[in-house]
Write a protein that binds this ligand. Structure first.
Ligand SMILES: Nc1ncnc2c1ncn2[C@@H]1O[C@H](COP(=O)(O)OP(=O)(O)O)[C@@H](O)[C@H]1O
Ligand SMILES: [Mg+2]
Length: 363
């Protein structure tokens, strides 16, 4: 069993604390993604788990074992980095087997483990090539092969796909997921890319300035973000956010955004607020859609069409609503004319409401 437990872990470089008492339990075989903007402490956290960085405070367990003072090579982990430095003069076979040969494993076992890894990664026909004769994706697979042959209990990935182009990144995302299904190990994967996090993770850990903001399944953090930071970080295009104040309406409450714009709340939403509350209202672009024909009961706002960006399956539309710049979507083949006005339906049920002061979701 190789669950990973991080208990109140702190890290300071000199006087600067960059990880502030972090707690996280990763289950055996779980695929957990640490995501957050550059500089939030993802690599530092991963390097502490690997033992490449000392821990200022707290405890890290791998399995049942406290590893704070265990050498990296004895932690039973393997790490794959963004810069997967392969030895250029060595063949793929020798690159993958390097660690095993250094550990003086019997020749037959080295052979067998490399063949197994090559089979899992589809590298069987490339074992005699040199890195220069491989594509970017193949090199990345060799780097993973080097990790797999060590049969680690825990895989640590630090932005392994950042150097690849968009198409290859997508392909490798799928490969890493398949790999996880095949080798059944615990994975902690670091990225700044929320799409990687959403598509690969069993659970996502969203970090900001060395503090965990939310931990949850991809759907959960997307549909129920704990605060405005998570709401803005997860999802592309970004959630629209408007500040306003709750006030009494005919039935329940409405949010006054400006003199020209008030947004009604559902009964459920009204019951969670008091008149006078200062809030941030969040509406995802897919919940703000170009209303074609007469609106069948949906609440609509009028938008002045700014930029129109066709994506093929749908179109992103930047609109101005009483001075608020919002991103909306147009489904199907309709494309509104730039400079014109059009009604946009708001899916009120899916609105997110945050406390303006604390920035926490009001649930
Ligand atoms: N060796 C170091 N010395 C001093 N500060 C460091 C060192 N390594 C990282 N930091 C700082 O710690 C913070 C977190 O860095 P890092 O873990 O690399 O972030 P991320 O991987 O999320 O981009 C940053 O502010 C960074 O400048
Ligand atoms: Mg990093």
């Amino acid at each position: 069993m190789a669950n990973v437990s991080i208990r109140n872990v702190q890290k300071a470089y000199g006087k600067v604390e960059v990880i502030h008492g972090l707690n996280l339990d990763v289950a055996h075989n779980e695929f957990v993604v640490l995501v957050g903007p550059s500089g939030c402490g993802k690599s530092t956290m991963l390097r502490m788990i690997a033992g490449l960085e000392s821990i200022t405070g707290g405890e890290i367990f791998i399995g049942e074992r406290l590893v704070n003072n265990v050498e990296p090579k004895n932690r039973n982990i393997a790490m794959v980095f963004q810069n997967y430095a392969l030895y250029p003069h060595m063949s793929v076979f020798r690159n993958i087997s390097f660690g095993l040969r250094a550990a003086k494993l019997p020749k037959e076992e080295v052979q067998q483990r490399v063949e197994e890894a090559a089979r899992i990664l589809g590298l069987e026909d490339l074992l005699e090539r040199k890195p220069a004769q491989l594509s970017g994706g193949q090199r990345q697979r060799v780097a993973m092969g080097r990790a797999i042959v060590r049969d680690p209990q825990v895989f640590l990935f630090d932005e392994p796909l950042s150097n690849l182009d968009a198409k290859l990144r997508h392909q490798m995302r799928t490969e890493i997921k398949k790999l996880h299904q095949k080798v059944q190990t615990t994975v902690i994967y670091v990225t700044h890319d929320q799409i990687e996090a959403m598509t690969m993770a069993d659970r996502i850990v969203i970090m900001r300035d060395g503090v965990i903001q939310q931990v949850g399944a991809p759907r959960e953090v997307y549909h129920s973000p704990a605060n405005t930071f998570v709401a803005g970080f997860i999802g592309s295009p970004t959630m629209n956010m408007m500040t306003g104040r709750a006030e009494a309406a005919a039935d329940g409450l409405q949010i006054r955004i400006s003199d020209g714009l008030t947004v009604p709340l559902t009964t459920g939403q009204s019951s969670r607020l008091a008149a006078g509350s200062e809030v941030v209202l969040g509406i995802r672009p897919e919940d703000l859609t170009l209303a074609e024909g007469p609106s069948n009961g949906a609440w609509t706002i009028t938008g002045n069409i700014g930029v129109v960006e066709p994506l093929g399956s749908e179109t992103l539309v930047s609109i101005d609503v009483a001075g608020q710049e919002l991103t909306a979507t147009a489904k199907g083949r309709t494309e509104p004319a730039v400079g014109s006005q059009a009604p946009f339906a708001v899916n009120l049920e899916n609105m997110h409401i945050f406390d303006r002061q604390s920035e926490l979701a009001i649930r």
